[in-house]
Design a protein around this ligand. Structure first.
Ligand code: NAD
Length: 241
């Protein structure tokens, strides 16, 4: 098993990409702490220790991460605000940065001292192709927040490379998850919106959370020992042009 002997902490593990990552980590032999704002969503996540955790609660987050003594940290919590800059409010901007960006700052800050003391670790931050690599339509706030994750990822990677800590970001294209279906419904005509999202993926389909989890397992494992500070694109070809 590729993660045996390792301890992992995963945020937003209740559904979608975070859940697939937590399940894959359990299958690969890691001891997993799976957290989510909504504890009910964690039911059925067999083999993991589950906990309710709001990643915007700095004290709770930092306490939980320290207690987990994790070798692997996966930051998956995020929210997609729609709209161009003219529709963007300060409160939505602040909320996006608190949830998508500052939470990762806080979890990494709490995890790093233990990783240094134990001789290393692997941090995987979930960003997005949107914002971090290319502009997606009507994703002003979301794109800004996901681009910020790349900056934090590179900074941590460089500052801790000699301490055995690797820090990478994953930039997914459109992936099938409960919130994707919410966004498609919110666009009015679900089928038309879905067709438009599929059309921008050259592979002609949306990705699966399991496909993102495969990359997370690799980055978390020692197989990725020579990889740090990178924005790993996994997007069905969307960013090829
Ligand atoms: P999702 O959006 O369907 O689920 C998000 C989960 O986050 C839920 O379980 C929710 O309870 C939890 N959550 C919300 N607020 C929280 C908080 N304050 N603290 C802790 N947990 C909280 O899942 P998804 O679509 O797989 O997205 C997961 C991550 O992947 C996000 O960061 C998202 O931006 C990113 N991403 C998703 C896609 C996609 O197409 N689905 C593409 C690129 C990047």
């Amino acid at each position: 098993m590729r993660l045996s002997g390792k301890r992992a902490f995963v945020t937003a593990a209740g559904q979608g990409i975070g859940r697939a990552i937590a399940e894959a980590f359990v299958r690969e032999g890691a001891q997993v702490v799976a957290s989510d704002l909504d504890a009910a969503k964690l039911s059925g996540l067999d083999g993991a220790q589950v906990m309710a955790l709001d990643v915007t609660d700095r004290a709770a987050v930092q306490g939980a991460v320290r207690d987990a003594e994790a070798d692997i940290l996966v930051n998956c919590a995020g929210y997609v605000h729609g709209g161009a800059i003219e529709e963007a409010s300060d409160s939505d901007f602040d909320m996006a940065f608190a949830l998508n960006v500052k939470s990762q700052f806080h979890t990494m800050q709490a995890a790093i001292p233990g990783m240094v003391a134990r001789g290393g670790g692997s941090i995987v931050n979930i960003a997005s192709v949107a914002g971090a690599i290319l502009a997606a339509p009507n994703r002003f706030i979301y794109g800004a927040s996901k681009a910020a994750i790349i900056g934090m990822t590179k900074s941590v990677a460089l500052d801790y490379v000699t301490k055995g800590i690797r820090c990478n970001a994953i930039c997914p294209g459109t992936v099938d998850s409960p919130s994707l279906h919410d966004r498609l419904r919110a666009m009015g005509d679900y089928e038309t919106a879905k067709a438009a999202f599929i059309a921008r993926q050259p592979m002609g389909r949306i990705g699966t959370p399991a496909e993102i989890a495969h990359l997370a397992v690799y980055l978390a494992s020692d197989e990725a020992g020579f990889t740090t500070g990178q924005a790993h694109i996994i997007d069905g070809g969307w960013a090829t042009g």
